[in-house]
Design a protein. Sequence first.
Length: 486
Amino acid sequence: AQGFLEKYGYLHEQGHSHSVDEVKSAVRQFQWLSHLPITGILDDATLVKMAAPRCGVRDRQSQKAWTEKVHNIFTGGNKQHLRKKRYTARKGERWSKQQLSYRVVTWPRNLSRRSVRLAVNTAFQLWSNVSGLLFLEASHGPSDIRLAFYEGDHNDGTSNAFDGPGGALAHAFFPRRGEAHFDKAERWTLNGHKGHNLFLVTAHEIGHTLGLEHSPVRHALMSPYYKKLGRRMLLSWDDITAVQQLYGKPPGGAVVQLPGQTLSWVMQDWELAEHTEGGFEQPHYCQSLFDAITVDGNGTIMVFKGGLFWTVSSEGNVSDPLPLRQRWPHLPFAIEAAAFSPLDAKMYFFKGRRMWRYSGSDLDTGFPRESHESGLPHHPDSAFFYSPLGHMVLFKGPRYFVMNLETLHPEPYYPRRLADWRGVPQGPNGALTWADGSLYFFREQRYWRFDPKKVRVTGAGTWAQTLPWTGCNRTLSLFLNSILGY
Ligand SMILES: [Zn+2]
Ligand SMILES: [Zn+2]
């Protein structure tokens, strides 16, 4: 217990002998932060808590930082003044810029690099969603924040040496050292059934690299103890206040939060993808690239990405991400094209060599169907219902197909060359018919507006410069506001 209290900053000067009062006071402080009855006695509950998996960063400054934070909140008044004051008071404990790069330097054993990068990217995004920070992944060379997996003693002091499975899982340094270390001996997972969830631990350690101390709020991400991914929001008000005091609010002020339940669905998808052959090459959650986009009969836009989709109502309200399979059972994740047909009020999905058709949430009999049986292309780039033709259009590389929805076969004389669509690029991710009759094509971070009357592209632009590092919801609203004029 004494070793623990020294390591975590409750007792000073290692190896020094401590008076009974010093130890009692240290135990009381530990109990306060750990939500145990504050007795100052090393009882069973206290010892059990000391052995629980946790972050290896000291708790020492927590109570002070907490008191200061609460004081700032309740004294209110001139926030700008308070923020300035706090900036100077904590000089050297925050980054002086808002855009930071990061890189994973060494890797764990039992997760693929792809999964690790997904977990890390999403963890950074969690913080950029609620603050003025932007994060960029650096593929090589120097970066502001480096994440590494080490075993045992790894040259940053004996008190930082990792202790094998359990105990300290990871630790990180306050700004501007920019390092987070993870115990390579832990069993790291994404779904958290066995072992510890790398995404959660990374999100916590990033908090330290940004200058956040441990939080005494039980459900805060910055609480020192390892938690499982539950249903609640990952960041508590305390986490958000702390990061905003250092770096301000997100541009526009809108905070984007994802419920733990959604994140755990996302992670199940990653886990699934980890064990699925081929496919799923762009699983980056919430990146600028989406799999498909369409609009239903009520004017509700649906954006598809991996195992999730978002809806945007005709008033411009963006939903939380929803699991694909909840709405369309049996649909695989990472579909390649999707389109709603107002003709039969059905949803069509395409992936690989197959096609799915749904009436509401019911998969129509005979589906999924092999695309080649209908003379349709494999792996279409995009699909959309085109009212001037009254048919579904499928883009595939340099050609396009016009599909008759009654026969499910291409119309005669198709496929034809894409050049018919003057100005439309090859390989769009998706297309959307808007209420004014114009057609929008999307590819990566660009869009093209096609005028069906002039039969050519009449406008184009970029909509996603900052997109990979901001929240999906916020980005969608911004994008739709700027292009479609909500
Ligand atoms: Zn910590
Ligand atoms: Zn270390």
